[in-house]
Design a binder for this molecule. Sequence first.
Ligand SMILES: CC(C)(COP(=O)(O)OP(=O)(O)OC[C@H]1O[C@@H](n2cnc3c(N)ncnc32)[C@H](O)[C@@H]1OP(=O)(O)O)[C@@H](O)C(=O)NCCC(=O)NCCS
Length: 386
Amino acid sequence: MSAPSDGLRGVVVGESTICDVQAEGKLYYRGYPIEVIADHATFEEVVYLLWYGKFPNVAEYAAFKREIAANAALPEGVLPILKSIPATANSMDALRTVVSALGMFDPDQGDNSPAANLRKALRLQARVVTAVAAIERHQQGLEPIAPCPSLGLAANFLYMLWGKDPEPLYVETIDKDLILHADHELNASTFAARVTVATHADLYSGAVSGIGALSGPRHGGAAEDTMNMLLEIGELDKVDAWVRPKLTGEKRTPIPGFGHAVYRAPDPRSNTLRDVSRRLGELHNDTKWYDMTVAIEKIVDELSNTAERLAAGKQGIYPNVDCFSATCYYEMNLSVRLYTPIFVMSRMSGWCAHMIEQYLPGQRIIRPRAEYVGTHDLPWVPIEQR
Ligand SMILES: CC(C)(COP(=O)(O)OP(=O)(O)OC[C@H]1O[C@@H](n2cnc3c(N)ncnc32)[C@H](O)[C@@H]1OP(=O)(O)O)[C@@H](O)C(=O)NCCC(=O)NCCS
């Protein structure tokens, strides 16, 4: 058996053609650099790319968007389940429940063939956006708004939240944000989804596993934590006094929105959102949250990326994708509880791509080993004598 690993760091558990994450700060979806995709593609084109391995042509794109629009409404049976969820519930718990319920209303339930899996992926992707908006409105005591068939996923999300045509920069922001979060190789939630469907459980079970794994603050919850940190700090002139002690004490406290388990260089997704966050602040004549984040970045860089630390083999600490997505969401006035569910809307595309790949012939059940470090051959002691 191989040596015990530290959180499976560096362990390659299989091959994939979907996404390449490189420690030196490079990210590719199906061979395309993320910066090029974020500059030119729409989220729907990216979903198609992840699932079919190529960008759609004009006819394929139009048909794909039509299919998404035709499947975006929540099945009638799911609405009472959604409305029975306490308005005070954690939004990721609520989303996990609704996505689980969606599986029971899928007409392909019980069919895990490649064609059925693609149809299920499309329904999951289309409906998760509707579900996130409906849950948020339910938490605000409002009725859900049905999806508008003429809008893409990003615009529809904002329309279903607010019931009005969204500001173009907001649509662009959500679209770019969805693209940048769409896939990231074997991150914890994608691995969880793949492990689940490797047993030949259905895509909904895999999606629910993914949502559970993504909900933690070390993974999808980081944008929420980043914003809560900014709100706690409150003002630009308080940043230094708040951040510096966290990185200079005996034990460093991780700053939310910074650091990454794989990248040892700046996260290639963070620059696009940095730019959008600044533009959103400028649109509102208030760049406070953007400015605070940039100020935090300077201190983290000064105290983490020193020559001594790097020479000692410590990793460089830079903003990750959640750093500026937090301020983007806040600048659009989205509830902080929506941040992680928005991540789900995006990562659903990557989970589905990976689950479809995991279903390919020849893929085995994922079954690692643990090195047992407990004791053996203990004597039986009757309950009265324990
Ligand atoms: C993402 C994360 C869990 C990766 O953790 P990891 O690869 O296991 O890295 P480690 O926790 O082993 O940290 C390695 C070193 O980097 C430092 N470091 C890691 N993340 C840091 C952060 N966010 N802020 C400051 N220092 C950080 C650690 O203090 C440690 O230094 P030390 O050995 O001197 O104590 C971690 O960076 C983190 O908790 N970040 C904040 C949460 C977040 O934004 N998550 C979203 C990721 S996309």
